[in-house]
Design a protein around this ligand. Structure first.
Ligand code: TRP
Length: 448
């Protein structure tokens, strides 16, 4: 059996607002669906450090965090299957942010769209160029790069406005690798994933649904509120019986984002046959409510039980940190933030070049060998302290079989253990699991 390499997809949501129907159709629902697909490892997090950049209202940051977390969970996100966490619960992220800050040209950040827009606005108002611009706003792309690079994400689904940030994250990762990687991809270069058919819902007035236009339809309001909002959608003045255009129709655009192609075709037929707008709205409302009603109850439950959401996020943070902590240790080592005893001082280095090589990013290694019993074995030896056994296999009948197990560990890392313990019984000291994981990560072929 060959495990297919997984693709890591990472999504962050800034915790400043209340999710609306447009967020649901455009981001929440497709992301939850994608996270259930095979070969995908999903990371989803609440970007609450990012929230502080644009929101100085503590109560709002807290309530938005709860609302967004509850919305994702109510929408069907399975915290057991994905890694769902809150940015501020991962202290490794701001630490990595600093490491990246030190390899990022200030000029790169000067070119960020959001920062440039602030400058333009100030120029237009004849203000100082940086008036009202915080260092947080300026650093926004670095923190975002840390979010992405911390978990070695391959793909980041984003709207067009965020593509530049992903490109900057790539630039930072490349600079870091160039300076510290010694030919290795210490940081994984991410790619932006722009979904062409990411549904962009129109709002009540027909413009893009957005809080800034005040035209949003609440996602988990009451059934009555939903009905009232749908009835308030602006339509043209065609009378009942007159054929209606689906093209440019807000009702149709929203319906289509939620319905199957067959349902949409039937709705379009009704338009052609001159359905009255009131009736068309009624049908849209019923279709939406059918999708939302069960989730609405779940949402209400979570909003009434914030402790439950907190628990879920803390469990997610634990899962995330199990990856972030050993990886950050590796990165710290790469930049020279090392325990003093682990690297010989320069003069000793000249005398003991072999040892220096190990200290300066020496890698753990698999060793395959044959025992007197005629069977084939392998073990994984640590780089530091040199020769420490991290993993010991049982005997295999052939070198090929032993080689296959090694290969599996090299390609999928620690996750291969689950499978291997069954098949060929590997003794790994679980107390050393983080160390083992760290070593395997250093050896892992990059899956994409
Ligand atoms: N900047 C994103 C937004 O405003 C939120 C975000 C923060 C994010 N960190 C991220 C998105 C990392 C993707 C990856 O929408």
């Amino acid at each position: 059996m060959h495990p297919s390499p997984t693709v890591r997809v990472l999504t962050g949501i800034t915790t400043t607002g209340t999710p609306h129907l447009g967020n649901y159709a455009g981001a929440i629902a497709p992301t939850v669906r994608a996270s259930q697909g095979p070969g995908i490892e999903s990371f989803m997090f609440l970007a609450d450090y990012h929230a502080l950049i644009k929101c100085g209202d503590p109560a709002r940051v807290q309530s938005s965090t709860l609302q967004i977390a509850a919305s994702w969970l109510a929408a069907g996100l399975e915290p057991r299957r994905v890694t769902f966490y809150r940015q501020s619960d991962i202290p490794e992220i701001p630490q990595l942010c600093w490491l990246l800050t030190c390899v990022t040209g200030k000029g790169l950040l000067n070119r960020a769209h959001a920062y440039k827009a602030a400058l333009d606005k100030n120029a237009a108002a004849a203000l100082e160029p940086d008036d009202g611009v915080t260092a947080g706003l300026f650093m926004y792309p670095v923190l975002m790069a840390a979010d992405i690079l911390m978990f070695r994400a391959h793909r980041v689904p984003v709207g067009r406005d965020q593509v530049q940030h992903i490109e900057m994250a790539r630039d930072m990762a490349a600079s870091f690798n160039h300076l510290y990687g010694q030919g290795q991809e210490l940081l994984t270069l991410p790619s932006a994933q722009i979904d062409a058919d990411m549904a962009l819902l129109p709002g009540l007035d027909g413009r893009k649904m957005s809080k800034s236009y005040d035209n949003v339809i609440a996602l988990f309001g009451s059934r009555e509120q939903l009905r009232k909002q749908i009835m308030g959608i602006v339509t043209d003045s065609r009378a009942p019986g007159e054929p209606k255009d689906t093209e440019g129709s807000t009702l149709f655009a929203i319906y289509k984002a939620f319905a199957t192609p067959e349902e949409s075709a039937a709705y379009a037929r009704a338009f052609a046959e001159g359905i009255a707008w009131g009736e068309a709205k009624e049908r849209l409302f019923e279709r939406l409510d059918q999708e939302i009603a069960p989730k609405r109850a779940h949402y209400a439950h979570l909003m009434d039980n914030p402790r439950e959401v907190e628990q879920t996020l803390l469990a997610g943070a634990e899962k995330a940190r199990a990856l972030a902590a050993p990886y950050l240790r590796e990165l710290r080592h790469a930049v020279g933030l090392r325990p003093l005893a682990s690297a010989p001082p320069a003069s000793a280095a000249a005398r003991a070049p072999a040892q220096t090589a190990a200290a300066a990013g020496g890698k753990p290694a698999f060793k395959q060998y044959r025992e007197k019993d005629g069977r084939f074995y392998f073990k994984l030896l640590a780089a530091q302290p040199a020769g420490k056994v991290l993993l010991q296999s049982r005997g295999f009948d052939s070198p090929q079989e032993a080689g296959k197990a090694v290969k599996l560990l090299q390609t999928v890392g620690i996750q291969a253990l689950a499978q291997l313990t069954k098949d060929c019984i590997i003794a790994a000291d679980m107390a050393e699991k983080t160390e083992l994981e760290h070593a395997l990560r250093q050896l892992m072929d990059d899956p994409v």
